[in-house]
Structures are given as C-alpha cells and as structure tokens.
Design a protein around this ligand. Structure first.
Ligand SMILES: *[C@@H]1O[C@H](CO)[C@@H](O)[C@H](O)[C@H]1NC(C)=O
Ligand SMILES: *[C@@H]1O[C@H](CO)[C@@H](O)[C@H](O)[C@H]1NC(C)=O
Ligand SMILES: *[C@@H]1O[C@H](CO)[C@@H](O)[C@H](O)[C@H]1NC(C)=O
Ligand SMILES: *[C@@H]1O[C@H](CO)[C@@H](O)[C@H](O)[C@H]1NC(C)=O
Ligand SMILES: *[C@@H]1O[C@H](CO)[C@@H](O)[C@H](O)[C@H]1NC(C)=O
Ligand SMILES: *[C@@H]1O[C@H](CO)[C@@H](O)[C@H](O)[C@H]1NC(C)=O
Ligand SMILES: *[C@@H]1O[C@H](CO)[C@@H](O)[C@H](O)[C@H]1NC(C)=O
Ligand SMILES: *[C@@H]1O[C@H](CO)[C@@H](O)[C@H](O)[C@H]1NC(C)=O
Ligand SMILES: *[C@@H]1O[C@H](CO)[C@@H](O)[C@H](O)[C@H]1NC(C)=O
Ligand SMILES: *[C@@H]1O[C@H](CO)[C@@H](O)[C@H](O)[C@H]1NC(C)=O
Ligand SMILES: *[C@@H]1O[C@H](CO)[C@@H](O)[C@H](O)[C@H]1NC(C)=O
Ligand SMILES: *[C@@H]1O[C@H](CO)[C@@H](O)[C@H](O)[C@H]1NC(C)=O
Length: 583
C-alpha cells in the first residue's frame, strides 16, 4: 500500500514538473541566462593564463591601499612585534601591488559542517565581529587580499560575498539566511519528503525548466542550486540576479572593501574519476572563469560564460549570453550533490524505473554521467589556442564538479600560483578525513603531490607531515606552519607562500558532524560557529596568548626573506613552536 502511494505521489510530482517546463514565457527576472548582442568593442572573450588579468591587477591596486594599512594596524595592535620590525615591509601609501604583503584565506569543503566551522573561523578574523579583536585575530580579514572557498567553504564565502560582504555575526542575526532547521530532503523517505517540501521542489524544478527552455542544458545541479539558494540569499530576486560578474558593480567589491573572492571547482568530461594526476582545476572570480592548469590554460570573461565561442570569438555576435554565471549555480557545482542528500532522491527515483526515464527525459541531451555535474554547455574553452588537452577543448560540453574530487578539499591552487604573489595562506581545513570526521591533511597532501604532475606544475606547495604523522603527532590538534624557511624549498618551481594550516578540532563542541548532515538546529548552528571561532583564535587566545604575535611573524616572513632580514628572537621562538620542517 505504502509503495503504491509513493509511486502515485511521485507521478503527480513529475506530471506537474513536465507541465512546469512549458510555462516559462512570462518571466522577466529569472534564473535563466539571457541572450544579448555582443559588445561591439570587444574582440577577445578569452586569454592565455599567463598573468593576472588587467581587471584583477587594477582591482588589486585599490585593495592594496586598504589591506596594507589594515595589516599595519593588525601588527601594531594585535601583536608584540615592534614597529621597527615591520614598518619598512608594508607599503602604506602605495598602490604598488608588487610590494604589498598578500595574505590569503582558504576554506575547505565538507558540506554544512565546513560552512559553519568556516563561518566561525572567518568571524574570528573580522574586526566587525564582537570580541574578535579582543579574543581573536580581528582585523586579519580586513588585511587580506584573497579569499578562496571550495564546496561547503564556498557556501560560506559566497554567502558573505553575495550579501554585500556581511559579517557572519550579521548573517546569523539577520534571520532568513542560513536557516538550516529544515532539511531539503529526508534520506530514504520520499513520501515524507513530498509532504514536507513538495511545493518548494516543484518551484525549483520549474525554475530550472526556464533555463532549459532558453536553450541551455540543465542537470540535477541546477535544481540543487535553486534549493541551496534559498539558504544563501534572503530573497528570490537576489538569488536570481546574483551573478559572479555582477559583483563588479557591488560597492563593497568595486571599492575593494573585501578580499578578492575565488571559488574553486573541477572539470569532468566523462565518467572517469579524477585524481591529482589528471584533474583540471577551474576558478570562478568576479572577472573571470578559467584555469591555470596546462590542460586548459585559459581564462574567459565571466560575464559572457555561456556564449558560444570558438577560440574565444563569439560564433554569432548577436547571440552573446549573460547571467549563466549565477552565484547559486556556481556555488552548487562546488559540491557533490549525490553525497549531500540528493543521492536518496536519485535512488528512490531509480527504483521506480518508468519514473526515472521521465526524469531523465526532462534533462534532455545530458549523458547520465553528467547528471551530477553543473553543465558547461557551450564549452567556453572550445578550440582555445592555449589548451594542451584535446579532450578538453574539442568537447561541446564540459561538466563542473566539486573541487575536492581529486582529494584537494582545500582551495589552494589559485593561491599558490606564482603570478598572484601570495605571502602567506591561512588554510582552514574542515574536511572529514578520518573515520570520526576530523581532518588529517589529506587535502594538502594531495596538493603537495600534484605539483609534480603537469597540471599542478605552477602551484608549488611546501612539504608537510604524512597523514598518519598528522594524527599520531597531534598536528591535527593545533595549527602548524609549513614552508617556514624558503631557502629549503629551492627544489620547487618557485617559492611557495608560507602556509598556516589550521584544522577543525573540538573546543566547546565536537564539531565533527558528517558532511551529509544538512540540517542544524539554531542552537547547534551557533555552537558550530563558536567552536570555529575558538579554532581560529586558539580558544579565544587563551591556549597561547602569543598566538597573534606568531601569526604576525608568519605574515611578514616571506617579505623579510626577500629583503634578507633576520627574524627577531620572538619570531624565532614562534617558529620553533609552530613550524614543521622535513627531517
Ligand atoms: C534583477 O533583474 C531584473 C531583470 O533584469 C531587474 O528587473 C531587477 O531589478 C533586478 N533586481 C535586482 C535586485 O537587481
Ligand atoms: C527567479 O527566477 C525564476 C525562474 O527562473 C522565477 O520563477 C522567479 O519568479 C524569479 N524570481 C523573481 C523574484 O524574479
Ligand atoms: C598580461 O599580459 C598581457 C599580454 O602580454 C598584457 O597585455 C597585459 O597588460 C598583462 N597584464 C598584466 C596585469 O600584467
Ligand atoms: C601615508 O598617508 C597618510 C595620510 O594619507 C599620512 O598620515 C602618513 O604619514 C603617510 N605615511 C607614509 C609612510 O608616508
Ligand atoms: C611589478 O613586477 C612586475 C614583474 O616583475 C614588473 O613587470 C612591473 O613593472 C612591476 N610593477 C611596478 C609598479 O613596480
Ligand atoms: C565577549 O566577551 C566577553 C568576555 O570578555 C563576554 O562576556 C561576552 O559574552 C562576549 N560576547 C560575545 C558576543 O561573544
Ligand atoms: C584519472 O586517473 C585515474 C587513475 O589512473 C583513472 O582511473 C581515471 O580514469 C583518469 N581519469 C580521467 C578523466 O582520465
Ligand atoms: C566526533 O569525534 C568524537 C571524538 O573523536 C567521536 O567519538 C565521534 O564519534 C565523532 N562523531 C562523528 C559524527 O563522527
Ligand atoms: C586520512 O584520511 C584519509 C581519507 O581522506 C584516509 O584514507 C586515511 O586513512 C586517513 N589517515 C589517518 C592516519 O587517519
Ligand atoms: C539540536 O541538535 C542537537 C544535535 O542533534 C541536539 O542534541 C539538541 O537537543 C538540539 N536542540 C534543540 C533545541 O532542538
Ligand atoms: C570563548 O569566548 C566566548 C565568548 O566570546 C565564550 O562563550 C566561549 O565559551 C569561550 N570559549 C572557550 C573555549 O573558553
Ligand atoms: C606580548 O608579550 C608579553 C610578555 O612576553 C606576553 O605576556 C603577551 O601575551 C604578549 N602578547 C601577544 C599579543 O603576543
């Protein structure tokens, strides 16, 4: 009896869906990309990934004028470094980005756990958050240049950035954003699910239908994107209009009041799994979409991703595409939907063969192995001059998948490339590597090894303890500094940034919920964030009262090395406490 009821309900749902696909025409502001005339003064939509874009370069000049004074303040008020130690290192009244000290922040994947832990960690760096200055590293966010997210880390970064760079405190107190009480879907109970959120799913699938009717291939990721967007935006209009390229017009970004946001994902084009030997990493930022990897070696103007291009030239100058770069869509591809709760939807639907066929037909022209990827059609890298991988540039369609597919669950590569000249990366690892869901630096280990393959060749990464040493020596229970002495890294392609690895661990809460857990009640949500704050601040700066001083030492180290300046005794002590050196 129960089964037939389920079948009936699913049939009703799908019947409604197929109707939904035909009712798109009256929409104005919607999720679907739109066709516009191509700008007449624009020749190239792509460029070789050899240097920073001119747009990023001029944005950096604005950021330098903000980040460097903020860094000066941080060092002055939050550390014991003497002013004479850093005053000649930080260009205060200059926009020369070559001379600035560049701090980058990296937030790992790991579903809602990573989003909430990351939220607490970034809150501890944000001088707008109550107590962050007193009991944390408040001001460091204001002093940083790059901010990268991947998967769940990207949900956190994206939510801040797309909502005018709101502080975590404001997001938590604001009400609608990050209401995680209700799951999208209860595993294995489709009947329950249909009762609980039937209407929302119908709407989401209908909205995706508008994209499909506009001529774009869609997949489960689009539906997932609509679902996730209800958590990241406080209204539908914002969810529809927030594209990566629209950030160029958002005051907080345009005035460089936030670090440069980068979202990391990977490309797939068949059903083969990805490893560090053959993965291709792509980044999304407000100006560009593309990859530093030899396979692709190309960046595309973010505003026109979705346009049919042949080697960077539009196929039809009356048919440029905008709004393909929907924020929710790109945030959703940076997560593995099947492991995030939709797998049970898929299984339930698969069990009922005829429905699965209907379901698949709804996603016309999508190969089954692409159903869980964000569909990148047309391929923006189509026949690009600079790509070395033919599979990559000869395909009409590429799939965008979770940035952690090759185990690199921390978004590092865009921060490691020499062109960006990053001095220090604060890497917050909220992965669930071990059996009980704590990180063991699997992500950084993968990044370390990947530099010896062609695609990783320009992303140098310092060595680190093995995964088992991480656990047995307790390196996953405290922050560890990697690559402290650049004179020992001369065998790498260039001098990598110094890395401050900071793993998720328990202070006031066991914050190791599974990646699959999508629902958190209000109390637990705040406890997760609080614990994240404690992770970034070493228990409100009580575990090591000199922690912020030691962070200061790490931040200035590369610049000191470039200028041949000795470390102070105080900083040497910090380094002997936190640095790991290969024995
Ligand atoms: C969203 O886009 C639509 C259509 O372009 C426009 O009418 C609307 O004002 C936009 N909303 C926001 C918040 O920008
Ligand atoms: C957002 O777009 C979807 C379809 O793409 C549409 O159904 C919805 O009405 C739009 N919301 C707003 C506020 O425009
Ligand atoms: C990057 O290289 C291109 C081509 O050589 C050049 O036109 C552009 O100005 C360079 N951009 C920056 C920011 O150096
Ligand atoms: C930088 O400019 C500010 C005012 O804009 C001035 O007070 C300060 O003395 C200048 N600092 C340096 C090092 O020139
Ligand atoms: C910055 O460094 C690059 C590469 O070394 C150089 O070409 C450029 O002229 C420098 N810019 C300034 C303003 O010093
Ligand atoms: C800030 O810290 C004080 C102790 O110094 C504490 O009493 C207060 O609850 C904290 N406020 C918040 C919002 O965490
Ligand atoms: C990547 O390498 C792995 C291991 O050799 C292999 O199983 C997989 O098929 C490869 N993937 C692609 C996309 O070539
Ligand atoms: C969280 O960590 C604790 C201590 O390591 C462990 O006992 C517990 O099983 C873990 N919880 C989950 C959900 O993995
Ligand atoms: C580290 O995590 C990986 C999974 O990401 C696991 O295979 C490995 O056994 C773990 N090692 C230790 C020592 O926990
Ligand atoms: C919130 O969730 C936690 C963990 O599942 C549970 O222990 C706690 O009782 C819940 N609190 C409320 C108020 O529901
Ligand atoms: C850190 O400070 C907060 C108040 O800001 C407090 O609620 C929390 O218990 C403190 N954590 C620890 C581990 O002492
Ligand atoms: C500064 O040094 C004093 C004395 O060594 C120490 O008590 C204090 O905790 C230090 N503060 C910081 C921010 O490192």
């Amino acid at each position: 009896m129960k089964n037939s009821l389920v079948v009936l309900q699913v049939l009703l749902l799908l019947a409604n869906l197929s109707q939904a696909f035909t009712r798109y025409d009256s929409l104005q502001s919607n999720y679907a990309p739109s066709y516009v005339s191509c700008p007449s003064d624009k020749d190239d939509y792509t460029r070789k990934a050899s240097n920073l874009s001119d747009s990023e370069q001029s944005w950096l000049e604005k950021r330098t004028a903000k980040s460097q004074p903020a860094l000066y303040e941080f060092l002055k008020y939050k550390t014991n470094l003497s002013e004479s130690e850093y005053k000649d290192l930080i260009p205060l009244n200059s926009t020369n980005t070559n001379e600035s000290i560049k701090v980058a922040l990296s937030f790992s994947g790991g579903g809602s756990r990573a989003m909430l832990c990351g939220a607490g960690q970034i809150a501890a760096l944000d001088n707008r958050v109550t107590n962050a200055t007193e009991h944390g590293l408040g001001g460091l966010l204001q002093a940083s240049t790059y901010l990268a997210g991947l998967s769940g880390g990207n949900w956190m970064v994206g939510t801040m950035v797309f909502n005018q760079f709101q502080s975590i405190q404001d997001i938590l107190n604001g009400g609608k954003i990050w209401d995680l009480e209700v799951p999208f879907y209860e595993s294995g109970t489709i009947a329950h699910h249909l009762r609980a959120s039937y209407y929302a799913w119908k709407d989401w699938i209908y909205q995706v239908g508008t994209k499909q009717e506009s001529g774009f291939s869609v997949s489960m990721v689009d539906i997932w994107a609509r679902a996730l967007s209800t958590r990241f935006f406080d209204n539908d209009d914002a969810a529809n209009n927030s594209t990566f390229s629209s950030l160029r017009d958002m005051d907080t970004f345009a005035n460089a009041e936030m670090p440069f946001p980068i979202s990391v994902s990977q490309i797939k084009y068949d059903s083969n799994e990805l490893t560090i030997a053959n993965s291709t990493i792509v980044e999304s930022n407000p100006f560009e979409f593309g990859s530093w990897d030899a396979d692709a070696n190309t960046f595309v103007d973010m505003k026109y991703v979705g346009t049919s291009l042949v080697d960077g030239k539009p196929v039809d100058s009356t048919q440029c595409v905008e709004k393909f770069d929907n924020g929710g869509f790109l945030m959703a591809v940076s997560s593995n939907i099947w492991s995030m709760g939709l797998s049970s939807v898929k299984e339930d639907i698969e069990k009922i063969g005829i429905l699965y066929d209907m379901f698949k037909r709804a996603f016309t022209s999508i190969e089954e192995n692409m159903l869980d990827a964000g569909i990148l059609q047309p391929n923006p890298f189509f026949l690009t001059t600079w790509a070395s991988n033919f599979a990559f540039k000869n395909r009409q369609t590429l799939g965008l998948v979770d940035g952690g597919q090759d185990l690199q669950n921390l978004p590092m590569e865009p921060l490691l490339v020499e062109q960006r000249g990053v001095d220090v990366i604060l890497a917050y690892d909220n992965s669930g590597d071990t059996d009980d869901n704590w990180p063991n630096a699997t992500a950084l280990t993968a990044t370390y090894h990947r530099q010896f393959y062609a695609n990783g060749a320009n992303a140098p990464m310092p060595p680190l303890p093995s995964e088992s040493e991480m656990v047995s020596q307790g390196y996953n229970k405290k922050p560890v500094f990697l690559g402290c002495d650049s004179s020992k890294l001369t065998n790498l392609s260039s001098v990598p940034p110094l890395i401050v690895y900071n793993p998720n661990r328990a202070y006031s809460l066991n914050s190791n919920y599974t990646t699959m857990k999508m629902a958190y009640n209000e109390t637990l949500k705040r406890q997760m964030v609080q614990n994240g704050f404690e992770v970034a601040s070493m228990r409100n700066l009580t575990e090591d009262t000199e922690f912020s001083t030691c962070i200061g030492c790490a931040i200035i180290r590369r610049k000191q090395e470039r200028l041949g300046i000795e470390q102070s005794e105080q900083c040497q002590k910090c380094f002997s406490r936190y640095c790991w050196e290969q024995s």
